[in-house]
Design a protein around this ligand. Structure first.
Ligand SMILES: *Cc1c(COP(=O)(O)O)cnc(C)c1O
Length: 383
């Protein structure tokens, strides 16, 4: 699963002289974040959502670290993600851990789910019926989570289908419902009335299957209060340092650091322009530094003329268009002896983190994380 995350544990050299940009994942900070979320929801428990290769950070090292910390409930989006993760973990996957598949099994994938012990999240009467058919074939009850749509209209049983299921319990014969889940559409906005509405709808549905566990809160949902916690929280983003509440203090520790090397610099005259399509023009004599990171590394083009890199304490604004492999920054005032070729600049660090970069690039930190490219040399700091 971390095919795009070559481990650098072995070679001892980090960053390699040949690495132009590198990414550090602090698994200790990740584990601390999981512990913080776990204590926030206690006595409920906290799962970990590791879909999309753990939001781009490498599902295998992330899951290993969380298993060691005691996490036992995990969620991926796809059957394929689950299978690859289990293949990579091998005997490192404990028998008492559970791997849920948020999209459920698409037609034809049910047997692979059972064979690998993946627990599907059943999202429709159709998925329920196919899971039931398989349970009959196998002559045993098969565990599954069931998702209800309480106001997002994305995944899960629509209200009419939920009613149909409640009225016809035989539809679940042969299925052992382990988890009743729903997903919040605006949880990062604590004042949004949708939160209370979804909570109310979920509470009604959840009560229909009292023997299953209830699970509603994603990262942000955890911070809406204990009414949202039920039995199991499902944080993803906050584990990786994403701020759970828009515009409020971020209690999560940063997990990701990205650095990239300076390639060259030049001094330009007033009226000289920089980069593709000349979207930035100097108003004064300026020093321009070119750094080895670009949109092929997930440094989004929308960061053009908006974001910044850091060199020591200095903030160097991104000027001109972000290119595929490079970005240009305004280094006016930085002395030449601090701009040696090969000098590392901070692209994402603890001060200017994924949340700050997301704001500058006009997106959310989820997209910053999942865009992180395959070209970085990667290092995992173990707890
Ligand atoms: C992605 C996802 C989560 C995790 O959400 P975060 O906002 O990253 O914490 C939880 N539940 C479902 C159904 C999801 O799709």
């Amino acid at each position: 699963m971390n095919a795009r995350a070559p481990s650098t544990f072995d070679n001892g050299t980090f960053p390699a002289a040949t690495s132009a940009a590198w990414l550090t994942v602090d698994l200790g900070a990740l584990v601390e974040n999981w512990r913080l979320l776990s204590s926030a929801v206690a006595p409920a428990r906290s799962a970990a959502v590791v879909k999309a290769d753990a939001y781009g950070l490498g599902a295998t090292p992330v899951v290993r670290a969380l298993l060691a910390a005691g996490c036992r409930e995990f969620f991926v989006a796809l059957v394929d993600e689950g299978v690859r993760l289990l293949d990579e973990l091998g005997p490192g996957w404990p028998a008492d851990a559970r791997l849920h598949v948020l999209h459920g099994a698409l037609p034809g994938a049910e047997r692979d789910c059972v064979a690998r012990g993946l627990v599907p999240v059943l999202n429709s009467l159709d998925q329920i019926q196919r899971w039931q058919t398989l349970a009959r074939d196998q002559g045993r009850a098969l565990p599954a989570a069931i998702q209800f749509d309480t106001g997002m209209a994305r995944l899960g049983l629509a209200p009419l289908d939920a009613a149909a299921l409640a009225e016809a319990p035989q539809r679940l014969e042969g299925i052992q419902p382990t988890l009743i889940i729903s997903h919040l559409a605006s949880a990062e906005e604590p004042d949004n009335a949708l939160n209370a509405q979804q909570l109310q709808r979920f509470s009604v549905l959840r009560a229909l299957w009292p023997h299953a566990l209830g699970s509603l809160a994603n990262s942000s949902g955890i911070f809406l209060g204990s009414a949202f916690h039920f039995d199991l929280a499902r944080p993803g983003a906050a584990l990786y340092g994403v701020a759970p509440m828009a515009g409020r203090f971020n209690p999560m520790r940063p997990v990701v650091r990205v650095q990239a090397r300076l390639i060259q610099w030049r001094d330009i005259a007033p009226r000289d322009a920089v980069g593709y399509n000349h979207t930035w023009r100097a108003e004064r004599p300026s020093r321009i530094a070119t750094v080895s990171v670009g949109y092929a590394d997930g440094y989004l083009r929308s960061a053009s003329n908006r974001a910044c890199l850091r060199l020591g304490g200095a903030v160097l604004p991104v000027i001109g268009r972000v290119s595929m492999d490079t970005v240009t920054v305004d280094a006016t005032g930085v002395p030449a002896d601090r701009l040696e070729p090969g000098t590392p600049l901070d692209v994402i660090d603890d001060v200017h983190d994924i949340n700050a970069l997301a704001e500058e690039a006009g997106t959310n930190a989820y997209e910053i994380l999942t865009s992180l490219g395959a070209r970085y040399q990667r290092r995992y700091l173990t707890p």
